[in-house]
Each structure stands twice: as structure tokens, then as C-alpha cells.
Ligand binder design. Sequence first.
Ligand code: G3H
Ligand code: 13P
Ligand code: ZN
Length: 314
Amino acid sequence: MGLVTTKEIFKKAYEGGYAVGAFNVNNMEIIQGIIDASLRANSPVILQVSSGARKYANPIYLRKLVEAAVEYTESVGKDIPIVLHLDHGDSFELCRDCIDSGFTSVMFDGSKLSFEENIRITKQVVDYAHPRGVVVEAELGKLAGIEDDVKVDNEDALFTDPMEAKEFVEKSGCDSLAIAIGTSHGAFKFKGEAKLRFDILEKITNLLPGFPLVLHGASSVPQEFVEMCNKYGGNIPGAKGVPEEMLREAAKYGVCKINIDSDIRLAMTSYVRKCFNETPEVFDPRTYLGKARDAVSDMVEHKIVNVLGCSNKI
Ligand code: G3H
Ligand code: 13P
Ligand code: ZN
């Protein structure tokens, strides 16, 4: 099948009221863990690459690893739909480079720009991407986390304005839109109780019927991993994510893509720490990276089957 875009995947997800996972990839073990989970669950999957990932692993290595994943799935006779997506592209030039090098989906993140400038560059990316068969995700609203310590009089100013979302989609021509309804990046999302603005999400869905929405900062920060990290020498007290039932709920309201990175980091780190702690004699990286890969795979399978609802949707 080769790499695919999100067009068909989102259409089916929207109609079926489920979401597809977009997992950040930085190395071979992460890619293998995600792909093995997707194969076991018969699920489409989005592998996303950030600028940080490109800097860490080198764009050529990452692209070839994703190509290997496609070839591997074909070799085991299971053609799962795989999307290669640029996460948080911050310029037209970066989006263009990724389109030219085989990505099937790019995100232009102009959420820090003015409304007009965000539309202008998103449209520029769309005009370059569409004739080449590539889809474009855009972002509107601020994903302010508690770690940013943002203090505003009007809390709503941080979230995506539903009327602006409609105008933005119409003027930019983007294929999906990342919205801000209270999620944030990282492992420390809420100081107190977790709260998402489903009222805003519902308004956006009503104004943009059939249009796929994206939730960034959607890791649920499983407490099992946090406890393991802390038990084996880590120090991440108070880490907290988006409750899984909220993600399930969001998928019913037009959220077709749910972004997960921190949970991958936590799964790997907790198992590597455990391995080092319990078997200090181990110095073969295949031992601890193998355990990390298994942990990623189990976590991703759990998300696919029990949270996102995208198992058996290939
Ligand atoms: O949205 C951010 C993702 O978690 C990627 O993080 O920029 O550290 O690779 P990164
Ligand atoms: P998390 O930090 O919640 O995993 O969010 C990842 C993300 O949004 C990547 O774009
Ligand atoms: Zn993000």
C-alpha cells in the first residue's frame, strides 16, 4: 500500500466516531513498538516527526526507518495504512522540504502568529501540498499548559474561537485543524482536576460539520509509569495527563487525530529505569531498549483498542 494520506482515514474515523493515534517517532525502537501494536490491532496509524526528532535522528534516517516500517508490514502480509506526518512545522520551507521528501501529511503550526498571518502561510502550504497529493493540518488557539503559568483575565481567549475556526478553515483550505480546548504538551497538564472545554469543541463541530479536528497534548500520563519512574530513581512527582475517558468523548465530537508523545517517553523511561535498577549487571543496550520497545508497543495497543477505538479499521 505504501504511505497514505489522512483523507480516507479521517473520513472513516469521523463517520465511525473514533480517532486515530498520531505517535511521535524519534528512533527505531519507537517506530517498531508502534508498528507492532498497529499490526496486532489491525489499525491505521500516523507516525509523526517533529523538528526535534529531525535534529536528533537526522531526517534521512527517520524517513528510511518509516520506509522500512511500510516494507515490513507488507512483508508480513498486513497492509496497514501508515501516514508520515510532519508535527509542528514552523515554516513554509520546512513543510515544503517534507513534502518534497515523501511525507504524506504536514502540519503548519502558525498558532503563535496573528490570525491573518496564520491563514496566509497555511494557505501557502496548502497550495504547495495539494497538487502534490499531500494533506495539511493547521492550528488555531493556544495550547497553554499550567507549566506556562499563563494568567489571563478571560480564560476563553486562550481557547480556539469557534467562529474564527470556521473562517480559518474556509480561508486557508486546510484539511484538518488542531484546536485548543484545555490540553497542553508534556507530562504536567493539570494542577488540579483535569478539565477540557467540551462546550467549545461542540460549537466548533457544529460550525464545521464533517471536518476533522485534531487534539494535541493528549497523553494521559499513565500513573503506573509515573510511579515506576519515581520508584526507580526518577523525579517526576505530580505528573498528570488527560483522562482516557475524555479522549474517548472527544472522538465522538469530530476529533479524528489524537497526538501522543509524552506517554511514549514515560513508557520507555520507566522500563529502562526498572531494568537498570533490578539488573545492574546488564550493559547490553538490546536488553533495556528491548524492554522499552515492548512497553511502547503495549501502551500503544492499549490506546488503539481501549481509548481511540481504531482497532480493526484497516
Ligand atoms: O508537540 C511536541 C511533541 O511532543 C514533540 O516534542 O519537539 O521535543 O520532539 P519535541
Ligand atoms: P503530549 O505531550 O501530550 O504527548 O502531546 C504530544 C503532541 O501534541 C505532539 O504534537
Ligand atoms: Zn503537538
